[in-house]
Design a binder for this molecule. Structure first.
Ligand code: HEC
Length: 242
C-alpha cells in the first residue's frame, strides 16, 4: 500500500511540474535540438543592442512570407568589439525570410534591420551583411518612424513647430527640450512618456479643443501602428537613450 501511495505521489508531482512549465512558449533550446531543418550562420558587426528596453530582443529570426511573428529566433549578443558569430539551426520549412531584427516579448517583429530571402537547397545559409548594423533603440525609431512618417513635415526649410526630426538631429531636438506648443512641458522627459509632448502628440488627438487645439492631429499616424507607438513609449520610459 505504501508503495502504491508513493508511486501516486510521484505521478502527481510530475504532473504538477509539467503544468508549471507549460506556459505555451516552447523554450528555444528544445526547438533547436528536436527540430530538423536548415542551418543559418550570421557573421556581422552590430552596435547598440544594449540600448533596448526590457521585453525587446535583437535577434536573428525566421519569418514566413507575410508573417509578423518569428517562427524561430536566436538572441544576438555581440562580443566586446561588437562582432557577432552565431548559428541558427532547425529552421522550419515554412520560413522564407531571415532577418536581423528586433522582436518583442510575444515574438512579434518590431523593426527589421537586415533581411535576406532563404532558399530550399539544404545548404547552410550564410548571412554576412556588407556594412555594420546600427541596432540601437533610437536608430530603430528613426528609421521606422521619424524618417517615414514625420520628417516630411519636420525637416528641410519647413520645420513644423520648429522641430527637426531628421536623422542625426532628432535626439538633440527632442530630449529635455521645451515644447513650443505645450508651455511648461518637455518634448521628451526621459523616464516619463506620459509627461512628454512627443508621446502625448501621437497617443492623443491634440487638435481637439479640450487638448491642445493643434492644427494637425498626429494620433491618426499611429492608429494602425500600435507596436510603433508602444516602442516610442518604451524608449522614453526606459530613459530615452541616444
Ligand atoms: C502633416 C505634417 C506633419 C506630420 C506628418 C507630422 N507633424 Fe508633428 N507637427 C506638425 C505641426 C503643424 C505641428 C505644430 C502643432 C500643430 O498646430 O498642429 C507639429 C507639432 C509636433 C510636435 C510638438 C513640438 C513641440 O515643440 O511641442 C511634436 C513632438 C511632433 N509634431 C512630432 C511629430 C512626429 C513624431 C511625427 C511623426 C510620427 C510628426 N510630428 C508628423 C505637423 C506634422
Amino acid at each position: 500500500m505504501k508503495r502504491i501511495i508513493y508511486i501516486m505521489c510521484m505521478a502527481l508531482s510530475a504532473l504538477t511540474l509539467c503544468t508549471a512549465c507549460d506556459d505555451g512558449r516552447i523554450p528555444e533550446k528544445v526547438r533547436d535540438i528536436t527540430e530538423k531543418g536548415r542551418v543559418a550562420t550570421l557573421d556581422a558587426d552590430i552596435a547598440g543592442t544594449g540600448s533596448w528596453a526590457k521585453g525587446y530582443t535583437v535577434a536573428l529570426a525566421g519569418f514566413t512570407d507575410d508573417g509578423t511573428y518569428a517562427e524561430i529566433s536566436k538572441d544576438i549578443k555581440p562580443d566586446a568589439n561588437g562582432h557577432v558569430n552565431l548559428t541558427l539551426p532547425g529552421i522550419p520549412e515554412e520560413v522564407t525570410k531571415l532577418e536581423v531584427c528586433v522582436i518583442n516579448s510575444i515574438r512579434k517583429r518590431v523593426v527589421t534591420l537586415y533581411t535576406t530571402t532563404v532558399t530550399d537547397n539544404g545548404d547552410t545559409i550564410r548571412i554576412k551583411p556588407d556594412a555594420a548594423i546600427n541596432a540601437g533603440m533610437l536608430a530603430a525609431i528613426q528609421t521606422s518612424l521619424f524618417d517615414k512618417q514625420c520628417a516630411h513635415c519636420h525637416s528641410g526649410s519647413a520645420w513644423a513647430a520648429s522641430l527637426n526630426l531628421n536623422d542625426g538631429k532628432s535626439y538633440a531636438q527632442l530630449v529635455n527640450v521645451a515644447s513650443t506648443k505645450e508651455p511648461g512641458k518637455m518634448r521628451v522627459l526621459p523616464g516619463q512618456a506620459d509627461a512628454s509632448v512627443l508621446y502625448e502628440a501621437l497617443a492623443t488627438n491634440m487638435s481637439s479643443p479640450d487638448e491642445g487645439n493643434w492644427k494637425h492631429d498626429h494620433s491618426n499616424i499611429m492608429v494602425t501602428d500600435r507596436t510603433g507607438l508602444q516602442l516610442l513609449k518604451d524608449w522614453i520610459d526606459s530613459g530615452a537613450k541616444e
